[in-house]
Design a protein around this ligand. Structure first.
Ligand code: SAM
Ligand code: SF4
Length: 392
């Protein structure tokens, strides 16, 4: 189903194509004050017990590469090193969220071992994430261990609340290559309400400047816009790309919040965000994104450095080029952000097994990767795990 709407924003008509609104929610779709109201997605039930992936075909295992049954190869491993966070972003984590027991979290040694084996199977890039990775007491050791064991590019995504020049210098010396920072608002009051933290936009911008000063670049900033909340800040956030000559990326709000409060009336499409930004800063498409990149990048038409990117998992799914696999803080492999099945690597890691056997497990798990997130399917269920427990 394709829903076309024209919304009037000031004197600019924003024409949108929202082709990804799930068909099965069409009945719940109602025009209300010029917006759409959409029922929430049903929840998936949590996996009931630890599970092992079925065996991949022998010829796939023999290649020693993480290949899926839809012709994609895994090059990018996202490792959530903790599910803890000092923020409670409204679109991610409820205040009363329950964290996994400490003993269930992977140890530093286990994380490094998986990284080493993943590299031998074709992974080029690791993103350390969480929760908030900078809260991990062994972060420097994790980075150093991965660096000593591999030549993989090591990136980290953070809310920037705990970034200091000293910490960044230590992580860089340990082997960290670059940093991505999340920032959703430049207004102190809104930032506090959105993150439910004591940090401020000024703290985040100090973190941005520290990352640039320490050379952990190219730096990317991420923002999630929520309608009626911070969506009027799109152009102000885009201006950060110009101010710092960096990439500012807008991620569409996904149904991965722990409160399961996502609904389409709060969702802002990449097309709408871009149109609003272009009212102030005309953009030109870059056409040089890596084919497996989640973002489509745009330069400023006036030639100023910096770029704006749009990550549109809902309105323009990029599943066909996906090269990512996720390892949760408690040791589960999730072939897709929206997987409702996850494979229990932790039990295997703790069973005195060989690296080859762990490699087989990663190959088998990859083979099960679903073709796409299936948000438009009647069978779609919002995963029980929120983004903070998956690792974004
Ligand atoms: N705490 C770190 C941070 O916020 O950057 C790293 C973990 S956070 C889960 C990783 C990314 O996921 C952030 O950029 C955040 O904005 C994004 N994220 C979290 N929940 C999301 C949601 N429901 N929809 C879209 N992006 C989301
Ligand atoms: Fe924490 Fe990041 Fe989730 Fe915000 S988005 S609650 S900072 S994990």
């Amino acid at each position: 189903m394709v829903v076309q709407s024209t919304r009037v924003r000031g004197d600019v008509a924003v024409s949108m194509i929202e082709s990804a609104i799930p068909k099965h929610h069409a009945a719940a779709l109602a025009a209300r004050d010029g917006r759409f109201a959409l029922a929430q997605f049903p929840r998936a039930t949590a996996p009931s017990r630890p599970v092992q992936p079925p065996r991949a075909p022998e010829h796939i295992r023999a290649v020693r590469r993480m290949l899926d049954s839809h012709g994609r190869a895994i090059r990018d491993l996202r490792i959530s090193i903790t599910d803890r966070c000092n923020f409670r972003c409204t679109y991610c984590m409820e205040p009363e969220v329950r964290f996994a027991p400490r003993e269930s979290l992977l140890t530093t040694g286990e994380i490094i071992r998986v990284a080493r084996i993943a590299e031998s199977l074709g992974v080029h890039k690791i993103r350390l994430t969480g929760g908030e990775p900078t809260l991990h007491p062994d972060l420097t050791a994790i980075i150093a261990g991965i660096r000593a064991a591999t030549n993989i590019e090591i990136a980290m995504i953070t809310n920037a609340s705990l970034l200091t020049r000293d910490a960044l210098r230590a992580w860089k010396a340990a082997g960290l290559d670059r940093v991505t920072i999340s920032i959703d608002s430049l207004r102190a009051d809104l930032f506090a309400r959105l993150t439910r933290s004591t940090s401020s936009p000024a703290d985040v911008l100090a973190g941005v400047e520290a990352v640039i000063a320490e050379g952990l670049t190219p730096l990317k900033l991420n923002a999630v816009l929520i309608r009626g909340f911070n969506d009027d800040e799109a152009a102000d956030l885009a201006e950060l790309a110009r101010r710092y000559a960096i990439d500012m990326r807008f991620i569409e709000y996904m149904p991965l919040d722990s409160g399961h409060a996502w609904d389409a009336s709060k969702w802002v499409s990449a097309a709408e965000t871009r149109a609003v930004i272009e009212e102030r800063f005309p953009l030109v498409a870059c056409h040089d994104d890596d084919p497996s990149s989640t973002a489509r990048s745009f330069a400023f038409a006036d030639g100023r450095p910096g770029r704006v990117g749009f990550i549109a998992p809902i309105s323009s799914p990029f599943c066909g080029a996906c090269s990512r696999l996720r390892l949760t803080a408690d040791g589960k492999i999730r072939p897709c952000l929206f997987s409702t099945t996850e494979w229990d690597l932790r039990s295997l890691l703790r069973s005195a097994t060989t690296d080859e056997h762990i490699g087989d497990f990663l190959i088998d798990a990859t083979w099960t990767k679903q073709p796409g997130h299936g948000i438009a399917s009647p069978q779609f269920r919002q995963p029980e795990r929120p983004m903070s427990a998956i690792g974004g």
